[in-house]
Design a protein. Structure first.
Length: 377
């Protein structure tokens, strides 16, 4: 029996903060890279449960994006199932594109409330300066000759979001990731599925010589480097159409060294369950309570920097902001991924922050306090 004089606190208890998932960027990933951001979120929002994904760290972050999406989604959906109240996701740099791929792929299953895209090239990348350490001979004007091939698309993540405004036709033909999650093309099975001969050769090779992810990426880098070198040689000799041009046969032979046993499953799973269903992709974003886009003019890596807010360049080099990307593009009236719907309902939030370089976004106090923390309710 309760005491009638007992003081009862009728003040409603504050709802705890939702858990936060962090998806790292290119050539980063171990928990130490993102631990500052995770720790500061907990300091500002005590008791927040943090999940810092640490798959595909370092060199492994160069693995093709569908492979990363498929495996990281297992982790994301597991976190979602543990927290029926919903979670928030922060995707930094390339991690923002991976996060968007996961949300769109599992549009009917995730319970993500806020998606923060932190200096992520959502409009694609068209600038080679940040890749010169890996590929010294690559330039923005010639990269498409390798990236817009089956070799480029199946070898390295960076090719999956390369957007060359001078070759949109080739982008739409060969892009197996960005153009697909933008919902502006239906996937071509002949581009998604590697030939049976290549797969069989690869399975035999892998069975005889089990390799690590790092070994596989190293082979991919070497193959792409060799291809870029051949393109550079052709340009230097002014022999753009000569016999040394990369041929379909040479690409197939290189692919046999690049693909892994996982490749067929990577693409077949999505082809069967998702690639033909545009509505699931759109649902993945329209279910969000908010979509936060953060970038700035001093980024120095994302090119153009407005790509962090879905901006692209046209074939003359002029900027096309997100809201001008119409005519069957991501912000057109048919609203392929829901950006228009999010915008008109006040759920699309943009921040432009000067003075922040690309490698500082995840540890910049101003960015955290002014652009991120208030959305992590």
């Amino acid at each position: 029996m309760s005491n009638q004089n007992e003081c009862i606190d009728s003040t409603p208890s504050k709802r705890p903060f939702r858990p936060v998932v962090i998806v790292h960027g290119l050539m980063t990933g171990d928990t130490s890279t993102m631990e500052h951001l995770a720790a500061r979120i907990v300091e500002l929002h005590p008791s927040t449960k943090m999940y810092v994904f640490n798959r595909f760290c370092g060199l492994a972050s160069l693995e093709p994006l569908w492979r990363q999406v498929r495996k990281l989604a297992v982790d994301l959906l597991s976190v979602c199932s543990l927290h029926p109240e919903g979670v928030h996701v922060i995707g930094y740099s390339q991690g923002g594109l991976i996060a968007r791929g996961m949300l769109e792929t599992y549009g009917a299953e995730h319970n993500v409330k806020t998606f923060v895209s932190l200096s992520s090239p959502q409009g694609g990348q068209y600038g080679a300066e940040c890749f010169t350490k890996l590929f010294p001979e690559m330039t923005a004007r010639t990269a498409y000759e390798v990236f817009y091939t089956r070799l480029g698309q199946h070898a390295l993540s960076v090719a999956n979001y390369w957007y060359d405004p001078r070759h949109r036709d080739l982008y739409l033909k060969y892009s197996i990731y960005l153009a697909v999650i933008d919902n502006i093309k239906s996937q071509n099975k002949t581009l998604m599925n590697i030939s049976a001969t290549v797969i069989n050769n690869t399975i035999t090779s892998e069975t005889n010589n089990k390799t690590t992810v790092e070994d596989h990426v190293s082979v991919s880098i070497a193959a792409v480097t060799a291809a870029i070198g051949k393109v550079a040689e052709d340009h230097d000799d002014n022999k753009i159409n000569n016999a040394n041009k990369i041929t379909s046969d040479s690409i197939d032979s290189i692919l046999a060294k690049v693909v892994t046993n996982d490749d067929d499953n990577d693409y077949r799973e999505f082809d069967n369950n998702w690639l033909t269903n545009c509505n699931i992709r759109k649902l993945g974003l329209t279910r969000l309570q908010r979509f936060v886009l953060i970038g700035g003019p001093d980024d120095g890596v994302i090119s153009p920097w407005q790509s962090s807010q879905f901006g692209v360049l046209d074939n003359t080099g002029a900027l096309v902001p997100m809201r001008k990307r119409q005519q069957n593009d991501v912000y057109s009236d048919n609203d392929p991924i829901g950006l228009l719907q999010l915008d008109t309902t006040g759920r699309l939030v943009e921040y432009t922050v000067p003075g922040v370089s690309h490698h500082e976004w995840h540890c910049n106090e101003r960015v955290l306090r002014e652009c991120i923390i208030d959305w992590l309710d």
